[in-house]
Design a protein. Structure first.
Length: 107
């Protein structure tokens, strides 16, 4: 069984809301660890953590345009990563993907 097929379930679960990223971390331990699964765990975890950290400050902008643009931006990033996991591709999400790969390289 190749790396992509073995880690596909982990990769898809990684993009579910934050609890999914935590579950995916535990799914990608020891004997089940794959490079493909680890890649998408890092991407999914990075998307959700940055969404909550930056969203806290965007909420203070008190502007529906700023908030709407923020939500749309993160929804597009989520769709991009989720579709990549479903298709069995290791494509970094735009702008932040390389940063997440370096930040969470121990996962």
């Amino acid at each position: 069984m190749n790396d992509i097929q073995k880690g596909k379930n982990t990769a898809v679960v990684a993009y579910m809301p934050i609890i999914g990223a935590v579950i995916a971390i535990f799914m990608n331990q020891e004997e089940n660890k794959t490079d493909f699964g680890s890649f998408h765990v890092r991407q999914g975890l990075g998307i959700f953590l940055s969404f909550f950290l930056l969203g806290y400050f965007v909420g203070y902008a008190n502007s529906w345009m700023a908030t709407g643009a923020f939500y749309l931006f993160y929804f597009i990033l989520w769709i991009y990563g989720f579709l990549g996991a479903l298709q069995g591709q290791k494509k970094e999400i735009p702008l932040l993907g390389a940063f997440f790969q370096n930040l969470f390289k121990s996962l």
